[in-house]
Write a protein that binds this ligand. Structure first.
Ligand SMILES: [Ca+2]
Ligand SMILES: [Ca+2]
Length: 476
C-alpha cells in the first residue's frame, strides 16, 4: 500500500467546544409524519414530514413544542428542479432525512445553525439535473450556492470516503443513517444495512446496529472543515450491535405501546455528549480511540425516545425531563420532544436524525405549492402562505419569477441566525406581518399566468435583517 499521509488542518484542531457553547436543544428528523405539540397556530407548519428537519427548543417546558425548521419546500428552492420535471415541488425529495450533522455546533462555534450550514444524509438520492455533485444515500451533504451555481451539493463526507474507511470498494452501495462528528473525536456513524467490510480490525460483517468511529488521526480536512480524505481501512466498530442492545435494554425505556425496548435493531441517530464520561479503547492496528458518551436513537424507539451510552445505558435527560418514559410506567408519548400525542398510544415515529444545535425557526410554506390555474386564473386568497417568525416585524416579499428561480444573493452581511441568502428577482408585492404563526393570502393570478411565485420573509432582528426560508409555488 502506498503511504497515505494525512494531516489535520491546523485551523481545525482547536474546534473542541467549550461547555458554554453546548446547546441542550435538538435538530431532529422523524420516521413518520408527526404533528407539533403547539399545533403551530393551525398552519400547515404543524405537520413535520420525514424529509424535513424540526427544531426542539427546551426553553419553556410548559409549552414545549417541536417546530418545523427545514421545510421540504425550502429544500426544493435550495435544490432547484433537481429531477427535471419542470416543478420545484417534489413531495418525496430525499426519501427520508436519516442523519443530521449540525456543523456549526459540531465545530464548537456556539452560532445558530441555518439550512446552509447543517449537513444531512438522505434515504433516496436527490435528482442530478442541477447539481454537479451527487447527493446519495451514503453521502452526508448540504445544498449551497457556489461558484458553479445554485443548487449545488457540498459534502461533509462522501459515500466513497465512508467506503474507503470501511475497506470497501469506493463505488459500493452504502446508506449512512446516523452521523456525529467533533474534531477531537472523529467521525461517528452507523449504516442502514449489514455490509461486508475490511476495517482496522480486519474483514468482518458490519451490522446496521453497530456504531463505528473513524478516528481523528485518519481524517484530513478541507480549509472549511469538511472531510478531504480518509485513511483506508481506518473505521473501527466501537460499539457492536450486541453492545448497543445492552445499552438499550439497560435504559429500560418504553416504546409507544408501553412495551419494553430490549434491542436496538438498527441505530438511527447519533450525537456526541460533551458533558459525558470519556473512555479510551484500543481500536486495532495500534490505534487508540477516544470514546465519548453518545446519544442515540433506535428503530425500536417508537414514541421518539432518545437514549445515551452513559452509565451503561440510560434514557437521555433534557431540560424538560427524560427523552422517553420508563418501561412499566406507561408509554413513550412523543410529547417529551414537543410532538402532539395521538389518541391512544404514543407517536409511531422513532428519531431518524439527531444533533444538538442553536437555531431559530423562521419559515414559510404554501398550503398549495402547486396551482393548476393557468386556464382560469385564481382570485386573491385562493391559497395561503403560512409563516412562523420569531421577529416582531416582518416583510413578506412576493416575487414573480420565470420558469427557473434565479440564484439567491449570497454573502450578505445579514441574517446571522437564519437562512443566509436573499432571493430578490422582480418583487411583485409584499405584506407586513407580526411575528409568530400566521398566514397571508396568495395574490390574484391572471388567466394565462404560468411560472413560479416565490415567497421569502425579511424579519427585523436585533439591528439586522433576518431572512426566512424561501418557498416557491409552481403555477401550471
Ligand atoms: Ca422537480
Ligand atoms: Ca442515508
Amino acid at each position: 500500500m502506498t503511504s497515505y499521509q494525512l494531516t489535520l488542518c491546523a485551523g481545525l484542531a482547536l474546534a473542541g467546544a467549550s461547555v458554554a457553547q453546548v446547546s441542550p436543544n435538538f435538530l431532529l428528523s422523524l420516521s413518520g409524519v408527526e404533528t407539533t405539540a403547539s399545533g403551530s397556530g393551525g398552519t400547515v407548519l404543524q405537520k413535520i414530514f420525514p424529509n424535513e428537519i424540526a427544531f426542539v427548543n427546551f426553553g419553556t417546558c410548559s409549552t414545549l413544542s417541536a417546530e418545523k425548521w427545514m421545510p421540504r419546500t425550502c429544500s426544493h428552492v435550495m435544490a432547484g428542479d433537481e429531477n427535471a420535471d419542470g416543478n420545484y415541488y417534489n413531495a418525496g425529495i430525499f426519501g427520508d432525512i436519516n442523519a443530521i450533522l449540525p456543523f456549526r455546533h459540531s465545530m464548537g462555534t456556539g452560532l445558530d445553525e441555518n439550512q446552509r450550514t447543517v449537513f444531512w444524509s438522505v434515504a433516496s438520492p436527490m435528482g442530478g439535473a442541477v447539481s454537479a455533485q451527487p447527493f446519495r444515500s451514503g453521502d452526508v451533504a448540504r445544498i449551497v450556492s457556489n461558484g458553479i451555481g445554485h443548487g449545488q451539493v457540498e459534502h461533509f463526507m462522501r459515500q466513497e470516503q465512508f467506503n474507503i474507511a470501511l475497506g470497501r470498494a469506493p463505488g459500493a452501495p452504502l446508506d449512512i443513517d446516523a452521523i456525529a462528528w467533533q474534531a477531537n473525536y472523529g467521525v461517528w456513524f452507523s449504516i442502514n444495512n449489514n455490509r461486508n467490510a475490511n476495517t482496522a480490525c480486519g474483514p468482518m460483517l458490519v451490522r446496521d446496529g453497530d456504531v463505528l468511529c473513524i478516528p481523528p488521526s485518519a481524517l484530513a480536512y478541507t480549509a472549511d472543515g469538511r472531510i478531504a480524505a480518509v485513511m483506508p481501512n481506518s473505521a473501527v466498530v466501537v460499539h457492536t450491535e450486541a453492545q448497543m442492545d445492552i445499552y438499550t435494554a439497560n435504559a429500560n425505556v418504553a416504546n409507544n405501546m408501553g412495551g419494553c425496548v430490549t434491542q436496538a435493531v438498527d441505530v438511527e441517530g447519533l450525537e456526541i455528549d460533551l458533558f459525558g464520561p470519556v473512555t479510551t479503547i484500543s481500536g486495532c492496528a495500534g490505534m487508540v480511540i477516544t470514546v465519548p458518551t453518545l446519544l442515540f436513537s433506535t428503530e425500536t424507539g417508537t414514541g421518539a425516545s432518545i437514549l445515551t451510552t452513559a452509565a451503561g445505558g440510560l434514557i437521555q435527560p433534557t431540560p424538560c425531563g427524560l427523552a422517553g418514559q420508563y418501561c412499566g410506567a406507561g408509554v413513550t408519548l412523543g410529547n417529551q420532544l414537543g410532538l402532539s400525542i395521538p389518541a391512544g398510544p404514543g407517536i409511531a415515529s422513532y428519531v431518524t436524525g439527531l444533533g444538538f444545535s442553536y437555531a431559530q425557526t423562521h419559515v414559510l410554506e404554501a398550503d398549495m405549492p402547486v396551482m393548476t390555474t393557468s386556464a382560469t386564473g385564481a382570485p386573491a386568497g385562493a391559497s395561503n402562505i403560512h409563516y412562523n417568525s420569531p421577529f416582531g416585524i416582518n416583510v413578506v416579499l412576493i416575487e414573480l419569477v420565470p420558469a427557473f428561480v434565479p440564484p439567491a444573493v449570497v454573502g450578505l452581511p445579514f441574517s446571522p441566525t437564519c437562512f443566509p441568502d436573499l432571493y430578490a428577482p422582480g418583487i411583485f408585492g409584499y405584506a407586513v406581518v407580526a411575528g409568530g404563526f400566521g398566514t397571508i393570502p396568495m395574490p390574484a393570478l391572471p388567466v394565462g399566468f404560468t411560472g413560479k411565485v416565490l415567497f421569502q420573509s425579511v424579519g427585523l432582528g436585533a439591528g439586522v435583517f433576518e431572512f426566512s426560508t424561501p418557498t416557491v409555488v409552481d403555477v401550471l
